[in-house]
Design a protein around this ligand. Structure first.
Ligand code: TXA
Ligand code: MG
Length: 317
């Protein structure tokens, strides 16, 4: 770890975007909002910048990063584009979908970005602040979620500050992230495969491709190296599928239940996804004991909610 730095908070306006782009050009790191979660951005072509991302998060180097670009045209500089990629990009970019495609030879990206895999994860984010930053920088931005490795992803600038202050040059404050869960990751290098459920429901991808999309098998470690079982972990223990609250627990509800916090009293999965990480951060920071969570239906974005909840509840190392 290098010396602590003063982490500036930049506002989401023209001077803020210019300052953030200048920081990226200098090889330093800026956290910025996307529609999914806040990302920790660095110049994807600069080895020092990418190394700093791994260092600031305490992230293992075998876990590759997503590259953010402002257009399909820019994406095509870095990956071998396919017809399926084209259909999906037309339908869902900009938006919460990451495509994993073969890395182009001589792509000029730092080899640290892909952890030396032959594939690259890439997406065009929809958040206007992310788009303004990409336009001001005019290059590829490598960005994992802006949390210390293994912890809950940030959906506000304050979450980023509490996790990474003193380790990164700046945070571009664009308010709360609308989707609230990371992007869906779809492997396309070898037939479509769902590598991580996320903000775009798998059903929407299947409809666009007119066919089923198989889920990555758990015996398939290389296809998604970062999917460790314990992840998204709060300090508190987490108990799933809770029908009621036990002694020493707080209840994170879903639907019409009496709860300490409710992801969506109306039972709306999109609303629940948007609230999930913020409520986990909040209950965790209050330190009120085990977090019991109501059952959440396992379809649409509910699949991604349940994926994150299972990881939050998994045994820790
Ligand atoms: O919504 C998101 O995807 C956010 C925002 C900032 O864009 N980013 C994000 O990044 O969630 P991160 O690093 O927290 O998660 C990226 C996941 C990791 O599990 C990593 O292993 C996987 O993507 N990944 C990256 N490159 C890959 C590749 N070439 N093949 C398979 N999985 C890859
Ligand atoms: Mg992450």
């Amino acid at each position: 770890m290098g010396l602590p730095v003063h982490t500036k908070i930049l506002s989401a306006d023209a001077p803020g975007f210019a300052a953030a782009a200048a920081i990226l050009r200098d090889g330093d790191l800026v956290a910025f909002p996307t529609e999914t979660v806040y990302g920790l951005g660095g110049d994807a072509r600069n080895d020092m910048a990418v190394a700093r991302i791994f260092e600031a998060k305490g992230r293992p180097h075998f876990n590759p990063l997503i590259v953010h670009v402002n257009s399909v045209d820019m994406a095509r500089n870095f990956v071998e584009w396919t017809d399926e990629a084209d259909i999906l990009a037309q339908a869902f970019w900009p938006g919460p979908l990451t495509l994993v495609l073969p890395l182009k030879a001589n792509s000029e990206l730092s080899p640290l970005v892909t952890a030396e895999l032959p594939t690259l994860a890439i997406r065009v984010p929809a958040h206007p602040v992310a788009q303004a930053l990409l336009a001001a920088f005019d290059g590829p931005v490598a960005a994992p979620s802006a949390n210390p490795s293994g912890r809950i992803s940030p959906t506000t600038a304050e979450h980023v500050r509490s996790g990474l202050s003193g380790r990164i040059a700046a945070i571009l404050d664009g308010g709360r992230c609308a989707v609230g869960l990371e992007s869906t990751i779809l492997g396309l290098a070898d037939g479509p495969k769902l590598l991580r459920p996320g903000g775009l429901p798998a059903e929407a991808i299947e409809a666009a491709l007119h066919g089923p999309v198989p889920v990555r098998g758990s015996d398939d470690p290389l296809s998604s190296p970062g999917q460790l079982a314990s992840h998204y972990a709060p300090d508190a223990q987490v108990r799933l599928n809770a029908r009621n609250k036990r002694e020493g627990e707080v209840l994170l509800g879903f639907g019409p239940v009496e709860a300490d916090l409710n992801l969506s009293p109306a039972g709306d999965l999109t609303e629940a996804a948007a609230n999930l990480f913020r409520y986990l951060h909040q209950l965790d920071s209050e330190g009120r004991g085990t977090i019991a969570v109501s059952p959440v239906p396992d379809h649409g974005i509910g699949r991604a909610i349940n994926d994150r909840l299972r990881r939050a509840a998994a045994p820790r190392d």
